[in-house]
Design a protein around this ligand. Structure first.
Ligand code: PRX
Length: 646
């Protein structure tokens, strides 16, 4: 852990915001004092920025820790806060979404139009029997209907579970089953890299034989041929007869809003559960303050897919709760040519841009001439999320994209935290390349030793959140014990985030990555276990070990060490085996999990108790000297593998 940090610590540059930026900033330095003086009163003030059908009197109830209740006696409708409220305030004509399809089709949708669409969709879902507490699975491309579907669920008090469109039928199926979804909303297909990728066939495969699924609602987007089943309905047919009268009812603050599945260290994905009032409070607060959103003038763009938590909090809920105008882009960054993103920024005069380090690094590789050929002068704030941003990429982002003037906010948070937890405030903080810096006002974090004591300045340890926060997960769907074990067992009263971190002499936080067997590929968490089980589910495979090895572009890349069954070795050529296994993982989990490298090995390094020593495999894959092998059963295994890896 300390080696990573040493190199980062040579980073002495820092960049204060301009006086002009600070003067106009939403967040002023007093905000920290206010939050420190009375943390709960501070969050209550933020929550009161929202519309409550019934105002709350209670702020936090932590008596049943680690199960929090925030604003527990209040009633709220999340969709009303994202829609009707703005129309009533006279902002109905403001554009909510500038949708840009990958083929170049565009739609600008105002708050009044979006409100009306969501009301119709809510009526449609209600007509299909969806009511408070029901689960609706959403498996879609990034198109306006995805956001409409989420908000329609929220409006009815139903729980959505958005599954990233890149996941396979198998992954989709396990998530539908786990949540007990009654309705699935999907599209025929969407656009990616210039062609249509089909979604409907994966849904057909996923729901086959699942009795709980009553309806599959299909948005027409790709125009690709689809097989039609009895429970399928076209979205446009179902919505056409609906009217746009729908009165939003208040639901209790702790009414579940969504489940979002994320990877853990063991087997099945975890259904992270988020609820309404606290979640929306922190999503909206952070979106407004961390990005310095001036909703009347800013055009905001977050490039995340709606299928990830970033898309939930910073495409759907945060921006819409704040009445922001935002860009929603369907496709890949480099289609039809490498400058597509920068064209979009120029076209819509994007002023706040939020993306991931992996994207920044891939643009760095393509060369600065590409963005420099566009007018990016509308930009004023840049954000980063998903993994540590290395100082070199940070500086490139600042110079080439931000024209040396835009503050960069590196935002640390997780699916579980629901909203940003650590980030600079663009009008206050002197930003440092590579550091996520400070907890946002109202959040208390610490870096501690294995025993739970504070590490002090200039030391590394485990990142914890020491007090409950409004947008925290409320549990793991259907598995309260796993929630307690995973996040609270280690330190009892502190939430353990699973990340290592270092505090510098100023007390700023530098993230060091995951300390568990979870890797981070292009800003997405993947569990080594899940990929291992996918590999082992192939009939040729006897055993597999998967690690995340550092990768210049994606942060970490999936590397697999596989032992084939004897028969497979005889039947399959080396290249064929690797090809088949890569395809198999893509089919089982999704293309994002497809291993960059697969090594076919004879044995795996194990401890005497039979645990695979992934640490040694990581050393090998990253070309490092092999670390401590004292607990290893047989050193020859490692030498053999090492000889195989270039
Ligand atoms: O390891 C941290 C890394 O991403 C993990 C959370 O992943 P996920 O739940 O998929 O959410 C990603 C988007 C919020 C964290 O435990 N991570 C996220 N943001 C940062 C980060 N690591 C360093 N710096 C960040 N800004």
């Amino acid at each position: 852990m300390s080696t990573t940090i040493d190199s980062l610590l040579h980073e002495n540059r820092h960049f204060p915001p301009s006086a002009e930026f600070s003067a106009n900033a939403i967040a002023k330095p007093e905000i920290y004092d206010e939050a420190r003086a009375d943390r709960l009163a501070f969050w209550a003030t933020q929550a009161r920025e929202l519309h409550w059908h019934t105002p709350f009197t209670e702020v936090l109830d932590w008596s049943n820790a680690p199960f929090a209740r925030w604003f527990g006696d209040g009633e709220i409708n999340v969709a009303y806060n994202c829609l009707d409220r703005h129309v009533i305030a006279g902002h109905g004509d403001r554009v909510a979404l500038h949708f840009e399809g990958e083929p170049g089709d565009t739609r600008s949708i105002t708050y009044a139009e979006l409100t009306s669409e969501v009301k119709k969709a809510a009526n449609m879902l209600a007509s299909l029997g969806v009511k408070q507490g029901d689960r609706v699975a959403i498996y879609m491309p990034v198109i306006p209907e995805t956001v409409v579907a989420m908000l329609a669920c929220a409006r009815l008090g139903a729980i959505h579970s958005v599954i990233f469109g890149g996941f396979s039928a198998e992954s989709l199926r396990s998530r539908i089953v786990d949540a007990g979804a009654t309705v699935v909303i999907t599209a025929d297909g969407g656009y990616r890299k210039g062609s249509v990728f089909a979604l409907k066939p994966a849904v057909d495969e996923a729901v086959a034989g699942i009795e709980t699924v009553e309806h599959v609602v299909v948005v027409k987007r790709g125009g690709n041929e689809v097989v039609w089943n009895e429970r399928d309905i076209w979205w446009h047919d179902a919505i056409a007869p609906m009217n746009d009268d729908h009165v939003a009812q208040g639901f209790e603050s702790e009414n579940p809003l969504f489940i979002l599945y994320t990877s853990g260290t063991t087997g099945a994905p975890k259904g992270i559960l988020h609820t309404s009032g606290g979640y929306l409070t922190q999503a909206a607060f952070t979106h407004r303050n961390v990005f310095d959103l001036h909703p009347e003038t800013d055009v905001y763009w977050c490039t995340a897919d709606v299928g990830w938590i970033t898309g939930h909090s910073y495409v759907a809920y945060g921006p819409l709760a704040n009445g922001a105008t935002q860009v929603l882009y369907e496709g890949t960054p480099d289609f039809p040519e490498p400058g597509r993103w920068w064209d979009i920024i120029e076209k819509y005069k994007v002023s706040i841009f939020y993306t991931a380090p992996t994207a920044i690094r891939s643009f760095m590789k393509m060369g600065r001439e590409i963005p420099q050929a566009r007018d990016l002068s509308s930009l004023r704030v840049l954000g980063s999320v998903g993994e540590p941003i290395n100082p070199e990429a940070w500086m490139w982002y600042r110079e080439v994209i931000g024209g040396n003037t835009c503050p960069i906010v590196d935002t640390w948070w997780q699916t579980e935290t629901g909203a940003i937890m650590i980030a600079a405030m663009p009008g206050i903080t002197n930003t440092k390349p590579g550091s996520a810096q400070v907890p946002i006002p109202g959040i208390t974090i610490d870096v501690v030793t294995e025993e739970g004591t504070h590490v002090g300045p200039e030391a590394g340890g485990l990142l914890v959140v020491s007090e409950p926060w409004p947008s925290m997960l409320r549990g793991i769907w259907g598995d309260p014990d796993r929630y307690k074990d995973t996040y609270w067992d280690k330190f009892g009263d502190k939430y353990f985030a699973g990340d290592g971190a270092h505090l510098d002499a100023d007390g700023d936080v530098w993230l060091l990555g995951r300390v568990d067997d979870v890797m981070n590929v292009s800003g997405h968490r993947l569990s080594t276990m899940e990929i291992e089980s996918a590999l082992v589910s192939n009939h040729h495979v006897a055993e597999a070990a998967v690690i995340g090895a550092s990768d210049e572009t994606t942060g970490q890349a999936v590397v697999a060490f596989v032992i084939l069954k004897r028969r497979a070795k005889e039947e399959l050529g080396h290249a064929d085996a690797i090809k088949e296994l890569r395809a198999h993982v893509a089919k089982e989990i999704g293309a994002i999990a497809r291993p960059r490298d697969i090594y076919l090995v004879e044995e795996l390094p194990k401890t005497r108790s039979g645990k695979i020593m992934r640490r040694l495999l990581r050393d090998i894959a990253e070309g490092r000297e092999i670390g401590d092998t004292s607990t290893l059963t047989d050193i020859n295994v490692v030498t053999q593998i090492d000889n195989q890896v270039p």
